[in-house]
Design a protein around this ligand. Sequence first.
Ligand SMILES: [Zn+2]
Length: 440
Amino acid sequence: MKRLLIFLFFISFYGNSQNYQDIERGRNFCGSLAKSFASERVAEDALGRILSVFGEKRNFVVQQCDNVSNAVATVLHPSTIRYIFYRKGYLEDVNSNYPYLNTKYWSNMFVLAHEVGHHIKGHFSEGPDTSIQEAQMDEFEADNYATSILFHLGATLSQTVAWTNNMLITEGDYDDSYDEHPTYSRRKSAIIRAYNSLSNSTPRTPKSDNTDVADMYITANDIVLRYLERIGGLEKLKSIETMFVEGKTKFQEYEMEYLSVLTKPNKFANKISLKIDGNTNTLTKIIFNGTKGVMLSDFQKPIYFKPKDNKIYSFKSMPIEEINWINNSKIAFVTMESGSKEYAIYSQENQITYFDANTGLITRKYELIDKETGLAPIPGKETTSTYTFYYDYKVFNGILLPSRFKLFTQDGTTIDFSNMNYMINPAVSKSNINSLFYFE
Ligand SMILES: [Zn+2]
């Protein structure tokens, strides 16, 4: 939609910045992290069965990843993007068609439930473990969670312990004094104890509360399509060739002006200016000409987009970038953190977009950006984050768009544009519009 955030480059940040190491690590073991959002039905279904036992909501992304041996839970950005990575093909054996006969099914379900357990029990929300003992406690807790899931899903003791048993046979035990994972024999005994402590209880009937089940199975595509339908309908949105967006606000004691031009298929230009002593000063100008981009200002040398930024922008289907999110996004989690229910989806590796579950409209976007340039994060360099909230949706030429943006940066800066105006397919010649995207 409207890229407002880049100009943050010019507002200095002194807030806490996040370490990018986690994303780097994620990328290192998943070369395909950014590209492959295709969701696998088998994995989604298995996950649905696990979460249905206690009616828990998903708070993580499930992502196929070539470089993990089976499955692993991790967090790439603290308490924002929680992942379970799994190897392609690994979950094929959790196909629900032949569950009870297949030991492999239960082994894999155990591993998946163990990883889910790490997220459900919040093992990543307080940063890395501080000691081996603490890390091992987390492993026992995740095993304990997986054991109860398998018990309630109908696994026998030997099926529940099958994975651990197999590891014990194939890999054997090792000295775990310095290892975050306790030995397989310690884990096996704990699983048997946990299973036996449940064996007198009646297996739970999976929760079938309609809303929970709906939330469990809702896909990113459902959410994106609903949004596009809600704001004008896909056909109408696809007919938008060009959009002008303008807004004014006060920034400190100055009048700030925002102007942007978005045109098909992916060209984008915006300008932020400040009125100082009656003169209009351009603070930043960002131009993306369809192939490459630049950030220009009165105070600095041009900053050319990095290949990665060019790639991100090439991919945006301007003027309505959400059109390209169809089949390219992934549900991240369902949340009530702002008081009403929101669906969070992940459309790029550094961006989460929240949708109001009732209205279907976008409520806010979270972005992790490079601290220095405001562009896409660069591995090894400091990052910061911003939230943009969207309110007061109004109809502009038949399209429902937010008339108010409110931007919050991590250092506490707030910028509130309250009277955004949109011009859809304005009467401006193609060559005049194209000239706006010219730069050297
Ligand atoms: Zn674990």
